[in-house]
Design a protein around this ligand. Structure first.
Ligand SMILES: [Zn+2]
Length: 345
């Protein structure tokens, strides 16, 4: 085994109903929506908050962390969508393993990506699946609501088909012992910017995003070739969003494009902790809450990492802005959601 798998299961509850999953027919690839949160931070969230949503495995640059046994169900794709039924004859929750890529913040993407690729190959081997057929993106199953894992992958210059190719290579290399090259993340600095003359799946995804953002490509459409028509649309997009209109798709243009088509949130200056934080708690997470509360204009004198009466009062003041929030002075997922909304707005 190239990597160790850590099995640290959460308690049974909403997130881990304990129903048996059998047999495994496919894999659904996800990324975690909260940039910068490690695999363990995600585990803590599911253990402590116990939402009716979950995934089997969270992967960052240090851990491949299984939080739900692979023979039990996790809740990761809406039952209402039917692409999973059409493709595999079953709902993802009943027949698939959910794998989440943690990314952003301090997470070393190359390290996390290597583990993510390897783990997909490991699952393909373990459950006798075909990497080219039996791995599906969450966004493919639920396109109106989800953009993962392309949201994370695209930021680092990796298209979905390149990812599948990497898994397929890893499968042959590690599990069929063929001589294959290691997957290499081309990386933003090497692969970007895209420019005239570039071709490929990633160009195509950028073109699809441009079209979705309202910058049409009437002659050639999303053909995967970065020609003059694409360049013109990119410049127009850049002017519209006050970026330098050089016609090159670099990191800024790419991030803005993802933001515009709703496929990513800009990385927040005020990262917010998951879970419940309340009076008596201390530490860096409390500081994050305090900073955010200040950033949205609630007065709070000290960022001291101590959730005392003043912090509680400040949280209560913030909560009183919204009828949907209980005025309890306790920071939890709902307060987080409204805080995030204000910080983004
Ligand atoms: Zn997902």
């Amino acid at each position: 085994m190239k990597y160790e798998i850590t099995r640290d299961y959460i308690s049974q509850g909403n997130a881990r109903p304990g129903e048996s999953l059998n047999p495994v027919q496919f894999i659904v690839s996800h990324d975690t929506a909260n940039a910068g949160a490690s695999a363990y931070a995600n585990r803590n969230y599911f253990e402590n908050v116990d939402p009716t949503a979950s995934a089997h495995t969270f992967i960052d640059d240090k851990n491949i962390l299984e939080i739900i046994p692979l023979d039990e169900k996790a809740w990761h794709v809406r039952y209402e969508v039917d692409t999973d039924n059409r493709r595999y004859g079953a709902d993802a929750n009943d027949a698939a393993i959910a794998v989440e890529l943690a990314w952003g913040g301090k997470i070393d993407f190359q390290e996390a990506y290597d583990r993510y690729v390897w783990y997909h190959a490991y699952l393909a081997d373990k459950f006798n699946l075909d990497p080219n057929e039996d791995i599906v993106a969450h966004s493919t199953l639920d396109p109106s609501r989800r953009t993962d894992p392309q949201n994370a992958l695209n930021r680092y210059g990796i298209s979905w088909s390149e990812f599948i190719q990497d898994v397929s290579n890893a499968y042959r290399k590690y599990f069929e012992k063929e001589d294959m090259p290691e997957p290499v993340v081309k990386g933003v600095s090497i692969e970007l910017p895209l420019e005239i003359g570039d071709e490929g799946d990633f160009v195509k995804e950028v073109q699809q995003d441009l079209i979705e953002a309202g910058f049409t490509l009437p002659r050639y459409g999303a053909d995967g070739i970065y020609g003059q028509e694409t360049q013109k649309a990119v410049k127009k997009f850049q002017r519209t969003y006050r970026l330098r209109d050089d016609g090159l798709v670099g990191e800024n243009t790419l991030n803005k494009l993802k933001e515009v088509v709703g496929s990513s949130k800009p990385i927040n200056d005020f990262p917010l902790p998951d879970g419940i934080i309340q009076r008596g708690d201390t530490g860096p997470k409390v500081k994050q809450v305090q900073r955010a509360i200040k950033a949205v204009g609630v007065s709070l004198e000290l960022i001291d990492g101590i959730y005392g009466p003043l912090t509680e009062e400040a949280v209560r003041t913030f909560q009183s802005r919204y009828a949907d929030l209980v005025n309890d002075g306790i920071y939890g997922p709902n307060t987080k959601e409204f805080l995030e909304m204000e910080l983004e707005g």
